[in-house]
Every structure is written in C-alpha cells, then in structure tokens.
Design a protein around this ligand. Sequence first.
Ligand code: SF4
Length: 389
Amino acid sequence: MISDPINMSENAEPSPAPVKQPILEMSERSLIHWMTEHDFPKYRAKQILTWIYQKRADDFQDMSDLPKDMRVLLAEHFSIFTSKTAETQHSEDGTEKLLIELADGGRIECVLLRDGPRRSICVSSQVGCAMGCVFCASGLDGVDRNLTRGEILEQMLRLQKLLEPEERLSHIVMMGMGEPLANLPRVLDALDVARDGEIGLGISPRRITISTVGLPTAIDKLAEENAPYQLAISLHAPNDELRTRLVPVNKKVGIEHIMDAADRYFEVSGRRLTFEYVLLKDLNDSPLCAEQLVKLLRHKTAMLNVIPYNPVPGLPYETPTPEAIHTFRRILMDGGINVMFRQRKGNDIQAACGQLRRLREREPQMVTLQVAENSVGNTAIAETVDGEE
Ligand code: SF4
C-alpha cells in the first residue's frame, strides 16, 4: 500500500512550540547582545527592562514605544513571568501573601507588608530550606532546590504589581523560604537589579536586608563582595546547646564563629548588625537566656529584634506569656541592649514562612486544624527591616 503523503503530514506530531527564554534571567548586557544580534539598536534593551521593572509591564504588547514587529519578535523569543500565582491571601492589616507555583511545580511564598508609608516585601531564595529550624514550616521537608535569579526577581515584580500605581516598593527582606546565603550568587544577582535605579527597582541597599541563620564562610563572602546590604542574623538562642536544638545547623557552626563572622562583616561594611530572636514559650524565654544574650551582644553595634512566636499548625511551640515577655525585655534593656520587640503582621492569614505552602500541600486535614486554631504569623513577616531611614 502506498502511503498518502497528505494524510501522513496530518497524522504527524505537531512540532513543539519553541521554548521561550525567561527574560528575567538575562542581564542588561546579555539583552544588549541579543539586540545587536537581531539588528536592533542597543538602547532598546534599556527600554524593555524599564518597562518590566519600573512600568510593571508583564506583556511585550504593552511596551508602546517599541516598534510593533519588535514586540512580536520579543513575544516569540522571551517570556516575562514563568510562574503563576496559585493563591493570594489578604490580611486586615494590609499584608498580602502570595503562594507562587514555579514552572517545575515547586511552590514558594512571598509577602507584601504595608506599614505607614513603607511597602516592604519578604522574598524567598529557595524551594524549602535545609536549615531545619524546628519552629519553621519552611524547613519541615528540607530543601528542593535554589531559586534562579529570575524566580527571585519575579516574586518582587508580582508583589510590586499589588501596589497602587502611585505606590513604590521601599524595602526588601530576603527572609522568606530558604537560606539566602546558601544561594548567594543568585540572590546577589537579583538584588543588583533591585537596587539599580536606571533599569531596576531603584531600592536603596540600605533598605535591603539579607537574613541568615549564620553561615560564617558565606558571611565572609558577602563582606568580600562588598555587598552594601543590611545583615540580619537569626540567633534564636544565646548558647550552643539550646541553639543546636532550635537551629540544628548550629551544630556544625557554633555561635562563636557566627559572632566572629558578624564582627568581620561589621568591620568591612560599617553597617549595624541586626540579630533576630524568636521567643518561644518555655524554651528560650527564661531570664537566664536574657542574661546570656546581654553578655553576647552588649559590646556590639547591633540591634536585637525579638519576635514572640505565633503557633504554626502541626508544630508544638507556643507564644510566651505576657509576664515572660515583660521580664525578658526588662533584662535586655537593663543590660544596655538595643532591642525592639516586633509586631507580627498578617495575623489573620497564613503569613508565617512556609505555612501556606504546607497547608495547601496537606489539605484537607490541615485546613481543619488551621481554622480550629486560628493561628498565624511568625518571624518571616514580622516587621524586621532595621537600620534604615
Ligand atoms: S527559619 Fe529560615 S533558615 Fe530556618 S528553616 Fe525556616 S526558612 Fe530556613
């Protein structure tokens, strides 16, 4: 039997659509290179990036000062967003949380906090987290992978799009899911765009905070890079025995080495350090812990942020009593520590780091638990930005 060439072509598999390049993964330099390769003037690269980062465009067709044929070609070659927003939660206090589904199905969270004129965002750096802090929902299942530069930037852009046209992002905290210093090159790449006033978001580095559990080698690397960001170290305990129980990675590191690295960072950057301390009932909220903290921090140019814990469904930790909080605060203040007790934000949504992702992965059982306990919030979205104007 002779094959019919027409029917053959009808039955053939359609050729797959060309894979588009995520434009957020590209630097201005590489976009300029693409422009010259396609006989477009170099200045078009800056125009496009300004549309994306400053004019909040998420479609090449909206870039009205570009030639029409160029917009079509861009849309054929590039994608702007590669993920989708799986869920948005709104808090009564103005906090909004996004659950983002990445192209490979991984899920991360990011948060917009409204506080007076501030529009702060809390951004994730990894899918999951390997640090294993016992009170944190993000680390319960370990780490899947690092986020790319584009995936970090995409969170910032998605949160920026929640603002009114006249509002601007003012602060960034790398304190969402993951340990930013375990993904340092991609984090620094994304933050370069965040602080770029010409084509990027134009956020002052003084208003950008990198939060870490304290990885001394990476802190030194950050200092070497002369990265002008605020450093916040999540301490959570004043001695190694307790800290290793709460932040297991501490076993390999030790508080002394973290403090030494923090001092070196301060020497190089001149920036006041911030330490974070989540206060957990009957674990790290004793007067003895407060006294040990005073010894650890009293000679440092540092701010201590204390955040009373809010329970996370499925975890056994509790908020300290008002009396314990009061005594803890008094000992620190009497010891001359520069301390702030931070307000939690997003108290009526699943705003604690990793909590929403975990909740959605375990539905329906966890939803029932969540409603019953009406619990929320923790360190990741507490008002943590510090040392900025
Ligand atoms: S608190 Fe931060 S470092 Fe610790 S497990 Fe959670 S995301 Fe990771």
